[in-house]
Ligand binder design. Structure first.
Ligand code: AMP
Ligand code: MG
Length: 329
């Protein structure tokens, strides 16, 4: 199969729609990461997503809808506070988990009785969702376990030959996956940290729990238990107070003939003049938006990426640290 990358135009949207409505799968942009898209009511198409990615069959998919879509066609809104979250954060990088009405197929929800829903704010994503006027399920458009793609070229690198079309909506501005929030109980629970932070949610609803995922637990959001986001080279992860250890690991890699890169915030990078660096930026938002891009840039040139943790886990740094631990830890 030839994989084409096309800018989003009326013509490419029409083509995308035709592929999707004939049980095909395509790459699509969102503001978080690129998605591998299929119509959520189409079992045959949804199965293809799992095959193409090599995704574990117990890891459910998020359904994406356009901003004027009536969510209650797909799910039950059991909690009053959920309306406030919808009002405040949709469209945007927040996924809400509701009780499902079973319209989105069981292959997408992995047979569960809940459905995760998101309204992406990306203009091109909205145009595609409007054009199909159906829920589109779309996990990240990478091979399972690999770093998530934030450009159409990243999608191509993983899925060339496996899908006919990638809609190119530019580099994702968000850079890490959406926050996943369970809103089926009396208070909301963060299943996956992301760009909509605990602090932002609490400003709207008062209190929000963070689901802890311990070894052996029955996991509420299966995706969190898998190896994730890993670049194709070796990785290490250090804390910011381990400068000596970072330099030692770097030198050892050089001595053994490898090419190490240190991946860290641009402030921390000042400690490493003359070293190979993957600089993530200054603010949390900037660091999130660069993280996967730098990992994917790094895996092309480095034998070893030495990741450095963030000094805090507040706000958006919670999501960043979650991805850093899984990609480099
Ligand atoms: P991805 O789209 O690859 O970034 O992964 C989607 C994430 O959402 C995974 O962590 C899934 O486990 C989670 N997810 C999807 N549907 C549900 C659901 N119904 N309940 C809980 N978590 C879900
Ligand atoms: Mg993913």
């Amino acid at each position: 199969m030839v994989t084409e990358i096309k800018k989003i135009t009326l013509e490419s949207l029409l083509e995308a729609k035709e592929i999707l409505f004939s049980s095909g799968v395509i790459g699509m942009p969102t503001e978080t990461v690129y998605g591998l898209a299929a119509i959520g009511t189409d079992s045959e198409a949804v199965k293809k997503i799992f095959e193409i990615k090599g995704r574990p069959s117990d890891n459910p998919l998020i359904a994406h809808v356009h901003k004027d879509y009536d969510l209650e066609k797909l799910i039950y809104i059991d909690q009053e506070y959920a309306y406030k979250l919808i009002e405040k954060f949709m469209p945007g990088p927040l996924t809400l988990v509701f009780r499902s009405k079973g319209i989105v197929c069981k292959e997408a929800t992995c047979g569960g009785d809940t459905l995760a829903i998101r309204m992406p704010s990306h203009k091109g994503a909205q145009e595609l969702l409007k054009a199909v006027d159906m829920p589109i399920v779309a996990p990240s458009a990478n091979l399972s376990k690999h770093t998530s793609p934030v450009t159409a070229e990243h999608v191509y690198a993983d899925l060339n030959g496996k899908i006919p079309l990638i809609l190119d909506g530019g580099k994702c501005t968000g850079g890490i996956e959406s926050t996943v929030l369970d809103v089926t109980s009396s208070h909301p629970r963060i299943l996956r940290a992301g760009l909509v932070t605990k602090e932002m949610i609490e400003e709207v609803v008062g209190y929000c729990e963070i689901a802890e995922h311990k070894e052996g637990d029955k996991v509420k959001s299966p995706g969190v238990k898998y190896k994730h986001y890993r670049p194709k080279c070796e990785t290490l992860l250090f804390k910011e107070n381990e400068i000596k250890e970072i330099k030692k690991a770097y030198q050892e890699e050089v001595v053994s003939g490898g090419k190490p890169y240190i991946m860290c915030s641009s402030v921390f990078a000042k400690n490493f003049e003359g070293f190979n660096l993957l600089q993530l930026g200054l603010s949390g938002e900037e660091i999130a938006s660069n993280l996967y891009d730098k990992l994917l840039e790094g895996e092309k040139v480095a034998t070893l990426i030495i990741g450095v943790e963030m000094p805090s886990e507040d706000g958006v740094f919670m999501g960043i640290m979650n991805r850093l631990r899984k990609s480099c830890g």
